[in-house]
Design a protein around this ligand. Structure first.
Ligand SMILES: [Zn+2]
Length: 290
């Protein structure tokens, strides 16, 4: 699933390839991706003729901005791929749902095999993004903010990091990587983390996200950037996807546990302090749904 670094990589590609260009035609192949109030046919009509001003990102959402002030909200869901600079003659790959033709003769195409993605027209003057916490790389996301967001919360820190209302843009991969880097067990109730640990986690999160952007994201089955290229961060992952393999720091096999419905990967030696038996007696995992 694309997280902040992958979506940022796509946003940069979309901006570079389309800014200043006029949209000449829009074709829906699957209008079900439109989940807001404005229906797909109307979205197509209102997009035609727009001139691209840029592309903003918040968390895992993109807004393709136009000079009119209107925008197009995009969320890539689990498996969405946005490809720019396509020749119109290039065959449509399976699950191509939206094709936007530009004045330079190239196309932007959106594919989404699992259809968890979303495309919505955002008229000028309306708030473009759904209710989200601060973007993990914005100046509003500070260690002090994070400590406040965690205070009195009993849910495991891993679940809190995945909650887009707490911080926008973090998903399973980078939550696991940041917790490992900060030496924090994923089941630790957020509200029990000492201030120093929250500061460490805040620093670790921003560091892993920035590093992943430099490597154009992590490519598993479904992510490639807007130019169809794979990201290279996967080779640098410390725990995510490394279940049973030796910890890169201490050699202990990387363990997994289900936390709030998602699999957490961690090193039991480098991230001590909250093993399953404690959690059971102290109610940790049951609080995950709160
Ligand atoms: Zn270790």
């Amino acid at each position: 699933m694309p997280e902040l670094p992958e979506v940022e990589t796509v946003a940069r590609g979309l901006r570079d390839a389309t800014v200043g260009l006029r949209i000449t035609a829009v074709r829906w192949l699957d209008p079900r991706l439109v989940k807001g109030a404005i229906p797909a046919e109307e979205v197509a009509a209102r997009l035609a003729g727009q001139v691209v001003r840029g592309c903003d990102r918040r968390g895992k959402f993109l807004v393709w901005r136009f000079r009119s002030g209107d925008g197009l909200l995009l969320h890539l869901g689990m498996s969405g791929r946005l490809t720019v600079g396509m020749e119109p003659e290039a065959p449509w790959l399976p699950h191509t749902h939206l094709v936007v033709a530009l004045a330079n003769g190239r196309e932007v195409r959106l594919r989404d095999p699992r259809r968890f993605g979303r495309v919505d027209f955002v008229p000028a003057g309306t708030a473009p993004f759904p209710r989200l916490g601060p973007d993990a790389l914005s100046r509003h996301f500070t260690a002090r903010y994070l400590a406040q967001a965690f205070s009195k919360r009993h849910a495991p820190v891993k679940s809190l990091l995945l909650d887009q209302r707490v911080v926008a843009g973090v998903g399973n991969i980078y939550a696991d990587e940041a917790l490992y880097r900060a030496g924090i067990h994923p089941l630790t109730p957020g509200g029990t983390l000492p201030e120093a640990a929250v500061r460490r986690l805040h620093r670790a999160l921003r560091a892993v996200l920035r590093q992943a952007i430099r490597h154009r994201g992590t490519t598993f089955l479904t992510f490639e950037d807007a130019f169809g290229q794979a990201g290279s961060y996967a080779a640098r992952l410390s725990v995510y996807g490394r279940s049973g393999l030796p910890c890169r720091r201490c050699g202990t096999p990387v363990a997994t546990r289900v936390v709030g419905g998602r699999t957490a990967h961690y090193c039991p030696a480098c991230q001590p302090g909250w093993e399953p038996d404690d959690a059971k007696t102290r109610g940790g995992p049951r609080d995950a749904a709160l």
